[in-house]
Write a protein that binds this ligand. Structure first.
Ligand code: SF4
Length: 246
């Protein structure tokens, strides 16, 4: 079995606990207006690289000492990693044999059956919430949020630890009503261990230009620390969860 990989980061501390090897998979069917990796969208891209399970496991196993010392492991990210969930399942099964902790970071805009298939081999899920308001989600990502939210509830029912990730985009995702809805939603999910607020940035804007795509958020400025602190306190007070600003 072959996986299409955009890139690999062998020393990440931002994508789950401890030191992690993060595998960014190629392909995504969403079109988030703030995406900083539009070069991951096409599943077949000349800049991506194909790996067999054995090839990727060889790279993953090189990090075992760091994983063990830091309670780290591997995280599949993207793009949307679950477009290649069969490949991920094979890697996760091998990681179980090697006692390597497994996680994936997903938009969860994907068929629930595929997620259920992966859960027995998954230690942690970093679950994006793009927008709680369905109309705004359609506009922001090109897709309805119904599958995303339903899948988060499903994972919660299975008891797999969840970290919610929410990108704070001024004027797009920071409205008080949307923030409150997200916090109330998280409050009802016992598997949610923490909520990460990710401040919007425009570092990927040049990639849109290179790909000949029109970037629509050129006038959006990153959120101020004071706004992030305010949202963090509000979300924490409503949800009862620990909120981190990344
Ligand atoms: S889900 Fe991630 S990779 Fe896909 S468009 Fe949105 S931000 Fe980009």
């Amino acid at each position: 079995m072959i996986g299409r990989v955009h890139s690999i980061d062998t020393f990440s501390t931002l994508d789950g606990p401890g030191i992690r090897t993060v595998i960014f998979m190629q392909g995504c069917h969403l079109r988030c207006k703030y995406c900083h990796n539009p070069d991951t969208w096409k599943i077949k891209s000349p800049s991506s690289k194909e790996y067999s399970v054995d090839e990727l496991m060889k790279i993953i196993k090189r990090g075992k000492t760091y994983f063990e010392a830091s309670d780290g492991g591997i995280t599949f990210s993207g793009g949307e990693p679950l477009l290649q969930y069969k490949f991920i399942k094979e890697i996760f099964i091998r990681c179980r044999e090697e006692k390597i902790s497994t996680a994936f970071d997903s938009s969860l805009y994907i068929s629930s059956n595929k997620i259920i298939d992966l859960l027995p081999y998954t230690d942690l899920i970093l679950a994006d919430i793009k927008q709680m308001d369905n109309k705004k989600s359609l506009y922001l990502t090109g897709s309805s949020n119904l599958l995303n939210l339903r899948n988060i509830e499903l994972i919660n029912e299975y008891g797999i630890p969840l970290w919610i990730r929410y990108v704070v985009v001024p004027g797009w995702t920071d409205a008080s009503g949307d923030i409150k809805k997200m916090a109330h939603f998280a409050a009802g999910l016992s598997s949610v261990e923490r909520i990460d607020l990710l401040p919007y940035h425009s570092l990927g804007m040049h990639k849109w230009e290179i790909l000949g795509l029109k970037y629509q958020l050129q006038d959006t400025i990153p959120p101020a620390q004071s706004l992030l602190q305010k949202l963090s306190k509000e979300i924490s007070a409503i949800s009862g969860k620990t909120v981190f600003i990344q």
